[in-house]
Design a protein around this ligand. Structure first.
Ligand code: GLC
Length: 738
């Protein structure tokens, strides 16, 4: 349809039908045929409202979607198809590594392709919209949803936001493109205390400088939807924050797509204390130009009374409905309400070789080698390997938001080793349970946590003794340890970021018998490894690596692939440092250059300021030397650009990938400026012994920030340029902006 036809359609709708388009209900309301009385009563809505609802939350499967859509359209007077929206964040049936891992690949093109394949799989299952990418900047590892983000850096998250939106949406071809919903707008990743859903409070300058850009990158990339976040911004919940939603998002950025709330966020305005009741909450959300109410009865029951009272205008309602109709139109739903849903296609793609091989490649680029003492890795097939730990033979490698992931397809580490190791060189035992108990983790709907066995002293003792025997036999012991899936993700905030005690106690009992050790880590956020790192030789950060995790890990451990992952979130030395991140301000009393005595500088008495592993850090089997940093000019005039070049030399006899990172520091600003900021990167391939000259263009755009006057501009003065293999690289050159 064209815009006129959409307007004509809008004008044929009754008030109730218009309001229906702004309601999203979960699948239990649409059990084909069955009257979903229970959910309706619980939510306080009528069957009529269910029949008028405009979109469905988290129901997928070609047959199920087709049945619901067909039933709905048969009963519908207006014949406006349902929108099917779901959390398809990093894969559908074939699961890719969690976004914090994908970010560690520093390969946006690869991630874009992962999302293209995900979109194809999900379209066959009837999906129209994905609630992704999640681009929240996060600097606090206590926050469980760190796993969903690409990390702590504004620039890098913005690069991935663009790539992920483009990957999901493609050219909007039906059957292979999903409408993308960027989330969680805004600054959901900065809750006080790292506690999910908690208060977020910061200056407008910090919000605009450090937290908003990734959402804007997604909007500029054409994402069709934006999701409001649960948290407050400037002490106003985002879902009712007119400045954030209307002035910034719609007027300043020109976003005219669909604004949907997070789960039940409108009714939560009452708990926040800014709404007296559902009617007040509905008015606040509508005034903030929120279009779709996810899973509450606020819009369903209150918009009509608000219209009748004149508290909201017919125009405001029509604008919201028109945005929803435009989205349905862009997806081609009026021409084909079943848009790509295909049982045959779904079956064909369910175990698609292309998706699996890409998942394996993405995982090999996402793992991060944190330590490799005595060059313990890579191993050879002649090495006698004992694989021990709760993650050694576990298929729980998908992470918490793999809502539709087919766990049965997950390749375990044990299976991957058994595929290539001679049987007399490989042994396995579980060793210990993942956690002492699953109590307190709650549940997470679709995720059924495996209760680990070993629940008697005898079983535990027997396993420990077996592990010690294997350790005595082996040349190398590989420990597969980590946090439980339910210990990260939504509502997975934690204050102790060390490995579970049951695992470290077990390791301490076995390590005395170990000749060489490798620690494989499975986790959804940075952990505190300070106490364990000196007790093992190598540490490989595996995150939750997805369907092909086992294969990818063995590819790296055996040297078939040279690790290239680099951290996108700092690993704290201790949880007491958190939030810890690379691009902080210098303060007036920096420990390393203050005129004050050391005590009276900005430092801790009981911990270094620096993280254990910094942003951008990661090891490889090759060693690259960075030399000859040069700038084309010592001065840059407005509108000019400077070229920075550096030589990167592979000093080893193995080829590999190197992430060359460009950081810039503005030495003096009208407001304080970060001690350095990522402003570019290039992932390059180096042959053994090869040297490459890498260059970056430094433009005035890269020097801009929100100045004292809040204008976004560059200011004259001196800048330092750093190029290296992580954020703590000190290879530096200086130029002046005139
Ligand atoms: C959840 C999450 C959000 C998700 C939504 C729908 O609470 O906060 O990321 O997209 O609800 O499942």
């Amino acid at each position: 349809m064209d815009n006129t036809q959409l307007l004509n359609l809008l004008n044929t709708l009754t008030i109730e039908e218009k309001i229906g388009q702004l309601i999203q209900l979960s699948g239990d309301f649409f059990n084909a045929g069955a009257m979903a009385v229970g959910p309706m009563e619980k939510l306080g809505i009528t069957q009529e409202i269910v029949q008028l609802t405009g979109s469905v939350l988290n129901v997928l499967g070609a047959e199920k979607v087709t049945t619901i859509q067909r039933d709905y359209m048969e009963k519908s007077r207006h014949k406006i198809p349902l929108l099917f929206m779901a959390d398809i964040v990093y894969g559908y049936k074939t699961v890719f590594p969690i976004p914090l891992a994908l970010g560690s690949s520093w390969n946006p093109e690869l991630v874009k392709w992962c999302n293209r394949l995900t979109a194809k799989e999900a379209c066959a299952a009837g999906a129209h919209v994905t609630f992704a990418p999640m681009v929240d900047v996060v600097r606090d590892a206590r926050w469980g949803r760190s796993m969903e983000s690409t990390g702590e850096d504004t620039y890098l998250n913005s690069v991935f936001a663009k790539a992920m939106v483009e990957g999901f949406q493609g050219d909007f071809t039906p059957g292979e493109s999903l409408a993308s919903c960027v989330k969680h707008y805004a600054a959901y990743g900065a809750p006080e205390g790292g506690r999910d859903y908690n208060t977020v409070d910061m200056s407008e300058r910090r919000l605009r400088e450090e937290y908003l850009p990734p959402y804007k990158a997604a909007v500029d990339a054409g994402c069709e939807l934006v999701m409001t976040s649960f948290n407050t911004v400037d002490e106003i919940p985002a879902t009712a924050n007119q400045w954030l939603m209307d002035e910034v998002l719609r007027q300043e950025w020109g976003f005219d797509g669909v604004l949907i709330t997070d789960y039940a966020a409108i009714s939560e305005l009452i708990a926040h204390g800014v709404a007296e009741n559902e009617k007040h909450a509905a008015r606040l959300a509508m005034e903030a130009s929120v279009d779709i109410d996810m899973k509450t009865s606020c819009y369903a029951n209150q918009l009509k009374p608000l219209l009748e009272d004149g508290a909201i205008s017919q125009q405001k309602l029509d604008e919201a409905v028109l945005r929803v109709l435009r989205l349905k139109n862009k997806l081609g739903l009026f021409e084909d309400p079943f848009r790509g849903a295909s049982i045959a296609k779904e079956q064909e793609l369910k175990e698609s070789y292309e998706s699996k091989s890409l998942s394996r490649k993405a995982a090999t680029e996402s793992l991060v080698l944190l330590q490799n003492s005595k060059n313990t890795l890579p191993l050879t097939k002649a090495t006698k390997v004992a694989l021990i730990g709760p993650y050694a033979n576990s298929q729980e490698l998908n992470g918490l938001w793999a809502v539709y992931g087919d766990k049965s397809q997950v390749i375990t580490v044990k299976k991957a080793f058994e595929e290539i190791m001679p049987s007399d060189c490989f042994k396995y035992t579980q060793g210990c349970a993942l956690l002492e108990s699953l109590d307190g983790l709650g549940d997470f709907g679709f995720f059924a946590s495996e209760a680990n066995a070993l629940n008697t002293d005898e079983a535990r003792e027997a396993e420990k003794n077996k592990a010690i025997e294997l350790a005595k036999w082996a040349d190398v012991v590989i420990f597969a340890m980590g946090e439980h899936t339910l210990q990260s993700g939504e509502a997975g905030s934690r204050t102790d970021l060390t490995l579970p005690k049951i695992q470290t106690d077990f390791m301490n009992e076995v390590l005395p018998w170990v000749k060489r050790s490798v620690l494989l880590l499975f986790n959804g956020r940075p952990l505190v490894l300070t106490d364990i790192k000196d007790r093992v030789d190598a540490i490989l950060e595996c995150w939750f690596p997805g369907t092909e995790g086992g294969h990818a890990i063995v590819d790296l451990v055996m040297g078939h692939v040279n690790p290239s992952g680099r951290l996108t979130m700092s690993f704290p030395y201790t949880v007491g440092q958190v939030p810890v991140y690379y691009n902080g301000f210098n303060t007036g009393r920096p420990p390393k250059s203050s005129t004050h005595s050391l005590r009276f500088t900005s430092r801790y008495l009981d911990s270094p300021n620096e993280p254990l592993y910094p942003f951008g850090f990661g090891l490889s089997y090759h060693v690259a030397e960075y030399t000859n940093l040069k700038l084309s000019h010592a001065n840059m005039r407005a509108g000019q650009e400077i070229e920075a070049t550096i030589e990167v030399h592979n000093t080893s006899d193995v080829e590999g990938e190197e992430v060359v990172q460009l950081y810039i520091r503005d030495l003096v600003g009208s407001v304080v400026r970060p001690i350095k900021e990522l402003r570019g990167f290039q992932k390059i391939h180096l042959l053994p012994g090869e040297t490459k000259q890498i260059s970056f263009k430094i433009t005035e755009e890269l020097l801009k920030f929100h100045t004292k006057s809040m204008r976004y501009e560059a200011e004259p003065g001196y800048f330092e340029v750093y190029i290296g293999n992580s954020s703590d690289s000190d290879i530096c050159a200086r130029f002046r902006l005139e």
